[in-house]
Structures are given as structure tokens and as C-alpha cells.
Design a protein around this ligand. Sequence first.
Ligand code: AMP
Length: 298
Amino acid sequence: MLPAFGKQNQFSKMYLFQRVSDLQTYLTTERVNNRSVGFVPTMGALHAGHLKLVKRSLAENQITVASIFVNPTQFNDASDLEKYPRTLGKDLEMLAGVGCDVVFLPQVATIYPTDLNTEVTIDFGGLDQVLEGAQRPGHFAGVAQVVNRLLNIVQPHYLYLGQKDYQQQLIIKRLIAVLQLPVKVVVVATERESDGLAMSSRNLLLDPELRPRSVLLQQTLEGAKNRLAAGEPVPEIEKWALEQLTQPDFNPEYFSIVNGENLLPPDPATLPDLVVACTAVWAGKVRLIDNLVLRGSL
Ligand code: AMP
């Protein structure tokens, strides 16, 4: 059951919009009054990582819009889409709790009207071919499609993205550059559980026995950072990391140390200024991703 839209809902200060026209009428007035608009797109099942983005936007803008939309086009596996956690009531409480101004809750038919082709074809310069792109065909085309649609609808001044999805933020920056969209990207550091596991909506799906052991990803990333600092060659670190991540019920898809600008293997002779390790690991039936800056800073 969806709550009432507009301002007449149980969250006294937060507007909920489902229709584009209602959202745009509201935002146009705000923009006319010279208020800067920050936007945090999400797929719901919110946690403190999402709220960190919302809080950052609240601190830097007069109006913060969060969206909740489980985007079907970025799932390359139908059962993954089906089992993606949906916790709308709790999400809205969390957003109201931090003082979010507006929540946009579009329907699939609003983002993807059947009579419109909303796909975007962008040359990502190879960014979409590696790591997640290599493992999840079509995933980034779906991400680009939904982010382009949402940016056209919301037209924010600032877009808040998590470092948790390292490759995604690079792809979205490229999308914005290619399409010359008038928005600036702010990347927010990954929020972690107290044991180090990166917060993720998918953590809700983890087998309780595997949840404490999933700290393995962050530990391996930290281990890789120490090894790189000690001068160990990148291929050896990657090999070590894959061995670490191969445990009963844990199965790594990749552990790659890359140039943080272009996601290519770093030149061993002169390491680039920004070196990032990215990994995807199956923990039972749940696919977890994480990353860590090994050298330099974002
Ligand atoms: P999602 O709902 O998973 O699509 O994520 C929405 C936004 O929240 C994306 O920009 C993510 O990168 C960001 N995000 C997800 N998890 C975290 C986290 N643990 N820390 C910071 N940002 C996050």
C-alpha cells in the first residue's frame, strides 16, 4: 500500500510524488526561488549508506529529492529482480527521519512508457566492458537508461552517488559528460557495518551464518592495500586475494586492481595516482561487491 502523495501524508514535512508533472511543478517553483536541488537516486531497501548520501545533499542544497525505483532494465537476471528487497514503509520513515524534502516514487510505466524508446547508446570508452560490465551484460546500459531518465525528470543541480558502486559512478560521470547534462556529481565514501562489511540492500538476503563471514571482502581489500604499499606486484596481490576469497560458501567472481580513472590494469612501472581494488564475490546465493582505494584518493 502506497501512502498518500503530495504533502498530505503521514510524514508531515516530506512530499511524496508519483507523477512527473506533480514533482516538476513543485521543483520548478523551488528553482525559480533559486534553491539548489540535490538528488539521490536509490532502489530502496534503504540503509545508513543511502542516508549518508541524503544527509550530504541536505547539507549542501536547499531541496533534496530521493527517488526509490527498482529499475528492471539493469537486472540481467529476472530472479535477482524478483528477490530484490522491497521495504517501502521503512524507507519512507528513514527518509523522513533525516529530513529528506521530497521522495519520488515513479511507476515502471512512468519511467519506461511502452510507446517511447528511452534507451541511450553511449560510448563509455570501455568502462562498461570490464568488472561488473563483463559479468553482467546489459547492466550498465540499464543504469545509463534509468539515470538519464531520472536526471531529465528531476533536473537536479547536484547528483549524489556512492563510492560503493565505483564503476557505476565513473559510468554515470561519462554519461553526463557525453550528454552534456547540467549536473555535478558528488561521490560519497562507502558506509560500512561496524565489522567492516560494506552496507548494501543485498545484505538483507545474506544467510545469517554467512553474514559475519562476509567481512572477508573488506579484510581482503585491506590486505591488498597493505601488500601494494609494501611493493608487491599487482598480479601477485590479485592471485593472493582470489585465494583468500575462495572459502566454503564463498566464491569470488573477480578481484581486480585497476587504474581508478579508466579501470584498466595499472602500469607496473609507474603506478597511476589512483589505484582501486574492485571485487565481486558470491556469498552463498548473494552476490556482494566492494572496492577500496589502494593508492591516492578520490
Ligand atoms: P542502490 O539503492 O543500491 O541503487 O544505491 C543507491 C545509491 O546509494 C548509489 O549511489 C550507491 O552507490 C549508494 N550506496 C549504496 N550502498 C552504499 C554504501 N554502503 N555507502 C555509500 N553509498 C552507498
